[in-house]
Design a protein around this ligand. Structure first.
Ligand SMILES: [Zn+2]
Ligand SMILES: [Zn+2]
Length: 90
């Protein structure tokens, strides 16, 4: 009877649970293509001079599939910090 070494190799089970922790991916409202994720555009109006600051101002959504485009202003009632303004705080 031969000694048959058969080490049990527990392969790492790759679970898809990581997907559960990610936020639900939005879909294009026109064609439902799942790439409807925003990118941030800077330019929040400065509280002092109303010029564009480097603070995030608009979320821009662009669908890669159909070209549908939408903008969403982030906190439109809030002005930008003059410390982030090139004019007021060079
Ligand atoms: Zn300013
Ligand atoms: Zn689309």
């Amino acid at each position: 009877m031969r000694a048959h070494l058969n080490p049990t190799r527990m392969g790492a089970v790759a679970e898809a649970s990581a997907d559960l922790t990610r936020r639900v991916q939005a879909r294009c409202p026109t064609c439902t293509f799942p790439s409807w994720t925003p990118r941030l555009l800077a330019g929040r109006p400065c509280a002092w001079c109303n010029g564009p600051t480097v603070e995030a101002w608009i979320e821009e959504y662009v669908c890669e599939a159909c070209g549908n485009r939408a903008e969403h202003r982030i906190e439109p009632g809030r002005k930008g910090d003059p410390g982030h303004c090139d004019y007021c705080n060079p």
